[in-house]
Design a binder for this molecule. Structure first.
Ligand SMILES: *Cc1c(COP(=O)(O)O)cnc(C)c1O
Length: 369
């Protein structure tokens, strides 16, 4: 039993003095929201850091994805979207709430991302887009997905909520597909308390996204479209600026945690650790451990409960698979046996920048015992 409770994550925060410095100008200008100077400064910094051509900031990742789907014309078009059942439910809700139908494609057992070999069999004349997810910071096979999308003239929007700062072959992950959504929720590698963004290539989407998150208003005298409200305010943008300054240090600390877990779990029969992908600069977002009860002797749920008794709170993430949730299980859905199996056996362990290596050792030893 550890004395203080250890949760699966703990939000990164800057020094309070740094934050006060960053928000001080707001108390002079009273410009608290509506794409003010801090929003614009933060947007520029993020474009640089993520190395993407265009970026629009949102109040959260979910609204960023919902509005990206709409901005790219999919809501008007209607139809089916090929997506993954192994994700946070936000991905699927964003599709469904745009009047589109999710079609679930199974995942790969090695990195838990959408299996590109299974996509083409699902494409029909109704298919309009593919919305894959970079799971735990494992990136999708972006090249294969790109080839399939081009061949069938489909739009690709990545849910990159887990993939902040990742590079593939030296290219920012937000450059793949037609658009990518990032989440800056408090629990993510990088946070603005709540927040999110859409990265995209084609400049024409900038105005559309701006309108959608701002009631469809463009100038003083007219309303062009039917928008909602999903603007990132100045206080959150300031939090982003502070946290972005510390991001490299934060990722390095997470890396040390991941390497320590790996040291304990590597080669243990029945435990599968995450495989590092080739050509990928990782952000060490999550530590998923796949537990094969037949070999290891204990199930995922056993370990979850055991750790809870020790004051250590892990997460069954992602569980259940989306196509097994009450709200989706009766919708069009083919069998996705790999996603089902992974969702039943995966456990996400505590991982955050100031989790000490001693704590990692304690957690690992409890599991191994
Ligand atoms: C966090 C998350 C979202 C939603 O982002 P919010 O910023 O919390 O709205 C969507 N998809 C995935 C995979 C996520 O992990």
């Amino acid at each position: 039993m550890v004395s203080k409770k250890i949760y699966v994550t703990r939000s990164s925060m800057p020094k309070i003095e740094d934050y006060i410095e960053e928000i001080r100008p707001i108390f002079e200008s009273h410009h608290m929201t509506n794409m003010g100077p801090i929003y614009k400064k933060f947007q520029k910094q993020l474009i640089n850091y993520l190395e993407v051509p265009e970026l629009s900031l949102f109040v959260n990742g979910h609204m960023a994805l919902e509005m990206a789907i709409q901005a790219l014309g999919l809501r008007e078009k209607g139809g089916d979207v090929i997506t993954t059942p192994f994700t946070f439910v936000s991905t699927t809700h964003a599709i469904t709430r745009n009047g589109l139908k999710p079609v679930f494609c199974d995942i790969k057992p090695d990195d838990y991302t959408m299996d590109p070999d299974k996509i083409e069999a699902l494409i029909t004349e109704k298919t309009v887009a593919i919305i894959p997810v970079h799971v735990y910071g494992n990136i999708c096979d972006v090249e294969a997905i790109d080839r399939i999308a081009k061949k069938h003239n489909l739009i690709v929007i990545y849910d990159a909520a887990h993939a902040f700062g990742i590079k593939y072959k030296g290219v920012g992950i937000g450059n793949f597909g037609d658009a990518s959504m990032f989440s800056f929720h408090a629990t993510k590698v990088f946070n603005t308390i709540e927040g999110g963004a859409v990265a995209f290539k084609d400049k024409k989407y900038a105005q559309k996204l701006h309108e959608l998150k701002n009631f469809g208003i463009s100038g003083q005298d007219d309303v062009l479209g039917i928008g909602g409200n999903a603007k990132l305010d100045e206080f959150r943008a300031a939090m982003g600026i502070c946290n972005l300054r510390r991001i490299e240090e934060c990722i390095q600390k997470r890396k040390a945690v991941v390497e320590t877990y790996d040291f304990y779990f590597k080669g243990v029969p029945g435990l599968k650790i995450q495989t590092t992908q080739e050509n990928v600069t990782s952000n060490y977002a999550y530590y998923p451990l796949y537990i094969d009860k037949k070999v290891f002797g204990k199930s995922r749920d056993d370990i979850f409960n055991l750790l809870k008794e020790h004051n250590i709170y892990t997460r069954k993430y992602f569980y259940p698979a989306i196509n097994e949730m009450t709200c989706y299980k009766d919708m069009f859905s083919l069998d996705t046996p790999v996603a089902h199996d992974v969702s039943m056996n995966i456990l996400t362990l505590p991982l955050y920048e100031d989790l000490t290596l001693d704590e990692v050792k304690t957690i690992s030893k409890i599991i191994l015992k």
